[in-house]
Design a protein around this ligand. Structure first.
Ligand SMILES: [Zn+2]
Length: 291
């Protein structure tokens, strides 16, 4: 009787436990720390830490993703990078470049946020194609970020994001082939001109596309990419430092030494953080980083 009761409580509490931290690591517009959610990672602890197992070879993508399939969250998996296996082989042999233009902005830190993708120049109306065979998981609109965007789950275990689209040509749950047009490029959402914001993710965690794909040639560096914590998620420390960053808005009468002493830091540290010299003129209303 007691065991049954405990089981019932567990079942009832499960949705609550799983819904926690569901937004961590979402979207390129927000910086949030990656939170370990032990409740939903048990499955992966077993699956991912079997050192004798070649993950992608022995488990189909659905298995890796624990059969989680949702059209509302970019990263519903909540797999902290620390819980990822040491290495996973990904087959890139069928890769198609989503759009042939040149790279205009790289994966990496932006002033107040982290940019989790590679931006590729295009003309509004240009075809955007799926990088690999897969299934359309998300079609959504984010006015302040991605604009119109599509997320595809691929058979090789990766997920890709295509953002700032002018028109989407596919529907949810549709199967697509590598190179099949999925949308027309545009400049919707937070965008200063027509381009494709392109992301490559594994179990929800973004990787730098330019380390996997040689955009100058529109093909992968190698037919097989080895995901490793060290090389694929090297940027985590940067993200954490940015999440901890604090900013200060310059007011009348401020100077660097006053700002430093009021915020428990030094002029030297302020200059280093902001890439400025000690003689830098401060403008009222300007924002500088203090931590
Ligand atoms: Zn972008």
């Amino acid at each position: 009787m007691r065991v049954t009761q405990r089981f019932l409580i567990l079942i009832l509490a499960l949705p609550m436990l799983l819904s926690k931290n569901i937004y961590a690591n979402d979207k390129d517009k927000k910086i949030s720390s990656i939170t370990l959610n032990a409740d939903s990672t048990n499955f992966y602890q077993e699956l991912l830490h079997d050192k004798t197992d070649d993950l992608m070879e022995n488990h189909p993508a659905d298995d890796i993703y624990n059969n989680i399939w949702t059209s509302t969250k970019l990263n519903p998996y909540k797999i902290p990078i620390d819980s990822l296996p040491d290495s996973v082989k990904i087959d890139l042999s069928s890769f198609c470049v989503p759009v042939p233009g040149h790279v205009t902005s790289h994966f990496g830190p932006r002033r107040y946020r982290y940019h989790y993708g590679t931006d590729i120049k295009l003309q509004t109306g240009d075809s955007v194609v799926s990088s690999f065979a897969g299934k359309i998981r998300i079609i959504d609109y984010d006015r302040r970020g991605y604009g119109h965007y599509v997320v595809i789950r691929h058979d090789n275990g990766l997920e890709t994001v295509y953002a700032h689209l002018s028109q989407v040509l596919v529907s949810l749950d549709q199967h697509v082939a590598a190179g099949e047009p999925i949308a027309l490029g545009g400049s919707t959402g937070r965008s200063t001109g027509p381009h494709l914001h392109y992301e490559i993710r594994f179990l929800g965690n973004a990787m730098n596309p330019a380390k996997i794909i040689d955009f100058a040639y529109g093909s992968p560096f190698k037919e097989e990419y080895l995901i490793t914590k060290k090389h694929s998620f090297y940027y985590q420390k940067e993200v954490q430092a940015m999440a901890a960053a604090k900013y200060y808005k310059i007011r009348r009468g401020d100077n660097l030494s006053r700002i430093a002493s009021r915020n428990g830091t030094s002029v030297k540290a302020l200059c280093r953080l902001n890439g400025i010299s000690t003689k830098k003129m401060l403008r009222i209303g300007q924002t500088i980083r203090i931590r």
